[in-house]
Design a protein around this ligand. Structure first.
Ligand SMILES: Cc1cc2nc3c(=O)[nH]c(=O)nc-3n(C[C@H](O)[C@H](O)[C@H](O)COP(=O)(O)OP(=O)(O)OC[C@H]3O[C@@H](n4cnc5c(N)ncnc54)[C@H](O)[C@@H]3O)c2cc1C
Length: 294
């Protein structure tokens, strides 16, 4: 099948991009890398009247690390984050990216496009939620900043309104005492996750300051919980992952709330979550302890 007809515009400024979306009167769609949108158009699951290509807006291509933040503009490709030296300051993002489809796809797909698309099984939204990144949304009424944990409203649903552009996302950069873990289970490498977790632990003077766990692929959006109590209970145990699995059981019931499907039952996803969460939390704790001693 081929896409239904649409108009195509390529504005040179962010203001013009917003004006084009306003002019389209609800029928406009931003296109960035096109890795999710083009298949959707080809299947006629969306029939926008106007595609607003944001790739000629210079400010949206910026990547900047300063003030403890990595700012990623709307047209920055995922592959650039995998390679740019300044992006190493957000290790969790770098750990997650190899799980996003394949390299060819990441060389076109953008970080912001993945956030805007908001697939519940996508890796970048989980990272943004775990680190509570800040998202800059620009629309006809100006610019506003939304915390990632408020941004995702459900499957493919976000705080973006029809005339908004997600201009940039800011991730906090890692500090001494930070440790991270990330893993997922998919049927084949490059497929969306059946279940996945991102973990961020911070320690200071041998104490856990916080431990944040985000589950994805198991609900209609990334689910983030503080689990410091759980980690400090289990951290002293000989075999941390095994010790953690029991306490994670009730959390698994809470966060894994998708119905079973042809790929996996609810109970199987809960088991995947418990195992991955225990392992990645333990890794994040160990890495946090090591990095605090540098
Ligand atoms: C074969 C295949 C495998 C894939 N595997 C994975 C995977 O494992 N994990 C994963 O997370 N993704 C996967 N994807 C999806 C895809 O890689 C990402 O969703 C994609 O990278 C999104 O970025 P994009 O720039 O291509 O967005 P686009 O396709 O251009 O846009 C996606 C959506 O976001 C909106 N949008 C984009 N940018 C903005 C913006 N700045 N402001 C407002 N709205 C915007 C668009 O209007 C559209 O609705 C896969 C895709 C394919 C085709």
């Amino acid at each position: 099948m081929k896409a239904a007809p649409f108009a195509y515009v390529r504005p040179a400024t962010l203001d013009e991009a917003v004006s084009e979306l306003v002019r389209a009167d609800g029928g406009g769609k931003v296109i960035a890398g096109g890795q999710s949108l083009v298949p959707v158009l080809a299947m006629r699951l969306a029939r926008p009247t106007t595609l607003v290509d944001i790739n000629a807006v210079p400010e949206l291509g910026e990547l900047r690390a300063d003030g403890g933040r990595l700012e990623v503009g709307a047209t920055v490709r995922q592959r650039r984050i995998e390679r740019a030296p300044e992006a190493a300051s957000v290790p969790l993002l770098r750990m997650a990216l190899p799980w996003v489809g394949h390299r060819e796809l990441r060389s076109r797909g953008t970080v912001c496009g993945s956030l805007a698309h908001a697939d519940p099984a996508a890796e970048i939204p989980a990272v943004a939620s775990c680190l509570n990144a800040e998202l800059d949304l620009v629309g006809p009424r100006g610019r506003r900043t939304v915390a990632a944990r408020e941004f995702f409203a459900g499957a493919m649903a976000t705080a973006l309104e029809g005339e908004d552009v997600l201009a940039a996302v800011r991730f906090p950069t890692a500090r001494p005492g930070d440790g991270f873990g990330f893993a997922e289970i998919a049927r084949r490498h490059g497929d969306f996750a059946l279940a996945g977790v991102a973990a961020h632990v911070r320690v200071a003077e041998d104490r856990v300051v916080f431990a944040t766990l985000t589950a994805f692929g198991v609900s209609d959006r990334p689910v983030t919980r503080e689990v410091a109590d759980l980690l400090s209970l289990a951290a002293a145990a000989q075999d941390v992952p095994t010790e953690l699995q029991g306490p994670l059981s009730s959390l698994a019931v809470e966060v894994v709330n998708t119905d079973g499907d042809v790929h996996a039952s609810t109970e199987y996803r809960r088991r995947l979550f418990r195992t991955l969460a225990a392992r990645e939390l333990a890794k994040a704790y160990r890495r946090a302890t090591e990095s605090s001693q540098r």
